[in-house]
Write a protein that binds this ligand. Structure first.
Ligand SMILES: [Zn+2]
Length: 96
């Protein structure tokens, strides 16, 4: 199951994010919130300074990821299930 970056909406497998949480993936592009949810990822667009650039217009996936992260806290598996349901229902289409 995937969770989405709350900035760019890129899908990441839950196990990939777990590797970041446990220090096995030390890519500095990752930024997790206190619950371990990705706020920035290696796929986020970079600014001129090379740091992830916060998206002004977020995709439906990124918006949903930010909301789910706030609602479920450190329940990453629950977040992945909720996001998967949202995708199945078509709630994350660009035209929604
Ligand atoms: Zn990202």
């Amino acid at each position: 199951m995937d969770i989405f970056c709350a900035n760019c909406g890129e899908p990441w497998d839950v196990s990939s994010v777990a590797e970041v949480r446990h220090g096995q993936d030390t890519d500095p592009a990752w930024k997790l919130n206190r619950s371990g949810y990705p706020l920035n990822c290696p796929c986020c667009p970079k600014g001129k300074d090379g740091k992830p650039k916060m998206q002004e217009k977020k995709s439906p996936r990124a918006k949903a990821a930010a909301i789910v992260a706030d609602l479920l806290g450190d329940d990453i598996d629950g977040a992945a299930c909720l996001l998967e349901d949202g995708e199945f229902l078509g709630l994350m289409n660009d035209d929604y």
